[in-house]
Design a protein around this ligand. Structure first.
Ligand code: MG
Ligand code: MG
Length: 256
């Protein structure tokens, strides 16, 4: 199902996006050397509750996971990339951390992910990988607007990622979002322009380029959720929720 919001729904979508951005900004500021992933998860749950919002993750039990997720935020360290379950781990200097968060506020969900490096270290390959996903996300957003097709966004994202020298896995990618977190259309991180669903005002999309340094293949942890690079290489991921408007696209999850 592809959900098209009414113009009167947009303020609620903006509020949901602002909340996700605000929580991620707070989590980033608290992600210092020694912070435990389980603390980040607990703080996230507290902030969601304080805002009167609802976690999209806690009870989430899709076909690709192993039972309800049971946590509030995905915390992917180094070689973990997607659906990363928080576990008892204290962040170390130079860790590449991705926080991925989806929250529903007043019946509308927003979804965003940020990658950054913890502490003082600045591993060049990690910085380059993060920047590539950020550029790809910007390119995908720039290609979005009424009349554009999903393939135009996929092509824009994939061109940046491939141009930066990364393999692109198209199994997991962007998606429609609205009253639920994951909806059609799927927005692969690579594709052919001019193909696929034609975007309309009122459509919300989560765009989420992600890459792994030297492989396109994933392995699943024993927790049944966490996906890691098959080679143990580092990974990065950037995601925003956008609303298609009459004249372009509005980013709902930009930090203030
Ligand atoms: Mg996400
Ligand atoms: Mg998403």
């Amino acid at each position: 199902m592809i959900e098209i919001l009414k113009p009167t729904d947009l303020p609620r979508a903006r509020a949901a996006g602002a909340l996700v951005a605000d929580i991620l900004r707070t989590l980033r500021s608290r992600s210092t050397v020694g912070t435990n992933l389980l603390e980040l998860d607990r703080w996230t749950g507290d902030m969601i509750a304080d805002a009167g919002a609802r976690s999209c993750y806690v009870d989430y039990a899709p076909s690709f996971g192993s039972g309800p997720f049971g946590h509030y935020v995905c915390t992917a360290v180094n070689d973990a990339v997607l659906h990363a379950m928080p576990h008892d781990y204290a962040l170390a200097d130079g860790d590449l951390l991705t926080l991925d968060l989806a929250v529903s506020l007043d019946g509308i969900a927003a979804d965003s992910a940020i990658s950054f490096i913890v502490g003082e270290a600045r591993p060049a390959e990690s910085v380059a990988m993060i920047e590539a996903t950020e550029r790809a996300l910007s390119a995908g957003i720039a290609a979005a607007g009424p009349g554009a097709r999903v393939g135009d966004l996929s092509h824009a994202i994939g061109t940046v990622l491939r141009g930066a020298g990364y393999w692109v896995n198209t199994e997991f990618g962007g998606h429609g979002i609205g009253s639920t977190m994951h909806q059609d259309p799927h927005v692969p991180n690579n594709g052919r322009p001019g193909r696929g669903y034609r975007l309309r005002p009122g459509l919300l999309l989560a765009l989420e380029p992600w890459v792994m340094d030297d492989t396109a293949h994933l392995v699943t942890d024993a927790d049944g959720w966490t996906l890691r690079s098959a080679t143990g290489c580092r990974t990065a991921h950037s995601e925003h929720t956008i609303a298609i408007t009459d004249d372009g696209a509005e980013i709902l999850t930009l930090p203030k």
